[in-house]
Ligand binder design. Structure first.
Ligand code: ASP
Length: 440
């Protein structure tokens, strides 16, 4: 058994958190490959190291004084080093080097941001007496900035021979050796890549919650933690607003069928949430019909009516072409015999609505065109829904009992995702009603 274990920023925010991580690693020697984020917030209102580094990069590129942002970074790393008595990490010298590079005003933003993970991995390596392997030597991008899976697999191959290693998350190197970061939260991706590369049996993702909640606990305070969720369910839920792992972290492990186990550094006794493929989920884990409920506010629906619209295949095509011209993705597109609706995200249509209205009118000549804004979409997700009779009846009975009317309904062909659009003011009520209908 081999495990790759990734620890997020809150698991590494100070020396006490480092101690918890070391205890977790000690408890299970199969946790051989450790991926670290940069230290996160210690308390609400605190700064994340990565945010401070971006501030330094921006100030330095404008040739402004970056020391107010760099001071707290230095202090945080030095205090962890001091508290853990790991002077062998020589963090002060590394910090001096970064400060000098910032002083030139010519360092790249990605390089500066990546130093949080780099320094953190150095400290963790020294603390655990385990070698730190720089992610720039493992993770490679292609010329156009995409992850180069082939090169990465080659560079990562020697890792397998190491008894243990600490690897900084969040970044890799371009073909010319310069540093490139993933998008924010990208250490999750590094963890997945490393798990895959070393052929891990499990990818542990250690964070500061007991697992994924079946609904947003700010809306449903009694929401339970999911015991297990499939990769696909998770993607649907995170797309619809559940804040979970970095989206792209699923791909490398899903292909290799490596389960992800989300766990809490501050509460390692909790069983966490398993992310597995659908077969394993239904066979070994799932007892409930749904995995969870997620939703987002801020959508607009455009409904076009025209007689016999369903017999004009070019109608939908022209509409999509207009939207494409404006770079507007479609969230959902339910249709009837004489009408067609597109649901669009408000951020995508900002400032474009007048032009859009005009083009739709002139190119499609609909009989009527209705625009409804302030819509929230709620997705109820679960493979079990496809195998169960009366799911929709249960959901809509719950909504009507709560006095919520649905403005739009969209069910994915695989029946694992039922999306309901409601007026924004009904959003929280609707989420609570659906949760209670399926989870109580
Ligand atoms: N430190 C980076 C961030 O704050 C990456 C990560 O934590 O995964 O986004």
């Amino acid at each position: 058994m081999v495990k790759a274990a990734k620890f997020g920023g809150s698991s590494l925010s100070d020396a006490d958190q480092f101690r918890k991580v070391a205890a977790i690693l000690q408890a299970d020697p199969t946790r051989r490959f450790v991926v670290v984020s940069a230290p996160g917030k210690r308390f609400s209102g605190d700064d994340k190291i990565t945010d401070l580094l971006y501030k330094c990069a921006d100030l330095s590129s404008r040739r402004e004084d970056f020391s107010p942002a760099f001071g707290p970074i230095r202090e945080r790393f030095l205090s962890i080093e001091r508290d853990l008595s790991i002077e062998s990490a020589h963090i002060s010298e590394t910090l001096d080097g970064i400060e000098a590079e910032l002083g030139t005003g010519r360092t790249s933003r990605d390089y500066v941001a990546s130093r949080g993970e780099f320094l953190c991995a150095k400290l963790m390596g020294a603390y655990l007496h385990v070698p730190m392997v720089d992610a720039a030597q493992l993770i490679r991008f292609t010329e156009d900035g995409k992850l180069d899976m082939e090169a990465t697999a080659c560079y990562c191959a020697p890792l397998k021979d190491l008894p243990r290693a600490v690897i900084p998350g969040f970044y890799g190197a371009m073909p010319d050796g310069s540093i490139r970061t993933f998008s924010r939260g990208g250490s999750d991706i590094t963890g997945a890549i490393i798990a895959r590369a070393v052929g891990a049996d499990e990818y542990e993702n250690w964070t500061d919650v007991d697992g994924f909640m079946m609904a947003d606990p700010r809306i449903v305070p009694e929401a339970r933690t999911m015991h297990a969720v499939s990769y696909t369910e998770l993607r649907e839920l995170s797309y619809m607003g559940a804040s979970v792992l970095h989206e792209e972290s699923i791909f490398p492990v899903r292909e290799a069928r490596i389960p992800i186990h989300v766990r809490n550094t501050n509460h390692p006794e909790a069983s966490g949430t398993w992310i597995v493929n659908e077969g394993t989920l239904m066979k070994e884990h799932r007892h409930s019909i749904i995995a969870g409920i997620a939703g987002r506010r801020g959508f607009t629906m455009i409904t076009l009516t025209k007689d016999n619209l369903h017999k004009q295949p070019g109608f939908a095509y022209t509409l999509l072409k207009i939207l494409d011209r404006h770079d507007i993705p479609v969230e959902s597109m339910p249709s009837g015999i004489d009408n067609l609706t597109v649901v669009l995200n408000d951020t995508d249509i900002k400032g474009k609505m007048d032009q859009l209205y005009h083009e739709i009118r002139t190119e499609l000549k609909p009989d009527t065109m209705e625009i409804a804004s302030s819509i929230a979409l709620i997705a109820t997700v679960g493979h079990g829904m496809a195998r169960t009779l009366g799911v929709a009846a249960r959901l809509f009975t719950a909504l009507s009992a709560a006095g919520v009317s649905s403005r739009i309904i969209d069910q994915s062909p695989k029946e694992m995702n039922l999306i309901v659009g409601v007026d924004q003011r009904d959003f929280e009520n609707a989420v609570r009603a659906i949760y209670r209908a399926f989870c109580e």
